[in-house]
Design a binder for this molecule. Structure first.
Ligand SMILES: C[S@@+](CC[C@H](N)C(=O)[O-])C[C@H]1O[C@@H](n2cnc3c(N)ncnc32)[C@H](O)[C@@H]1O
Length: 180
């Protein structure tokens, strides 16, 4: 009986920590929730942006860093992620440790990140956030770098390439590549 009570206590503590981390994360990110990019699109995203071995790829709002780990494992790239929401950040740290991928994640607002060393920047964010990032990209990204956005376009800069992996009319599966 006591073991069942302890188990219930542990499960409810974990659930409370996760729920409060989600709510605090939503407040900190201005309402951008943690939703993972569809795993089946990882390869299409990284091929669309022509990611090469040893290139440095940033994921702004990296969640559990799954795309960065994939990029390190299958493309030989180096990953850098920024994530404000606590539980996906901790999950990312654990996955990186277990996979030994060449990926670093920071619990930091990506608007304060220095993007000058990025070869590729990946985003799966909201249109309002893309609009705020567009001048930062123009200011900081080096010549030859690329931005690849899943689902949402930059408002002003025309995409150099668009890849669509689905045949329905949703944003998911739409990949936009921008060259700088
Ligand atoms: C839609 S999810 C995408 C997760 C991951 N990039 C993926 O594709 O699987 C967006 C993530 O961005 C994070 N985020 C939003 N604004 C942020 C900010 N200013 N700084 C750091 N992380 C942020 C959210 O916490 C959320 O986990």
């Amino acid at each position: 009986m006591i073991y069942i009570l302890i188990l219930i206590l542990i499960i409810s503590t974990i659930a409370t920590i996760m729920m409060s981390s989600i709510i605090i994360g939503l407040v900190m990110t201005g309402g951008v929730p943690f939703i993972s990019t569809n795993k089946k699109d990882f390869k299409a995203i990284l091929k669309a942006v022509d990611l090469k071995p040893n290139e440095v790829i940033y994921d702004l709002g990296c969640g559990k860093a799954h795309l960065l780990i994939y990029a390190s494992k299958y493309f030989g790239a180096k990953g850098v992620g920024y994530e404000l929401t606590l539980w996906p950040y901790l999950w990312a740290k654990l996955k990186i440790h277990l996979s030994q991928a060449q990926v670093k994640v920071f619990r930091q607002n990506f608007f304060r990140a220095d993007l000058t060393k990025a070869d590729v920047v990946f985003c799966y964010l909201f249109p309002e956030v893309m609009a705020k990032l567009e001048p930062k990209f123009a200011q900081e990204l080096k010549s030859g770098s690329r931005v690849v956005s899943y689902g949402f376009k930059l408002p002003s800069k025309p995409a150099d390439k668009t890849v669509i992996t689905n045949d329905d009319n949703t944003e998911l599966g739409k990949i936009y590549v921008y060259k700088y």
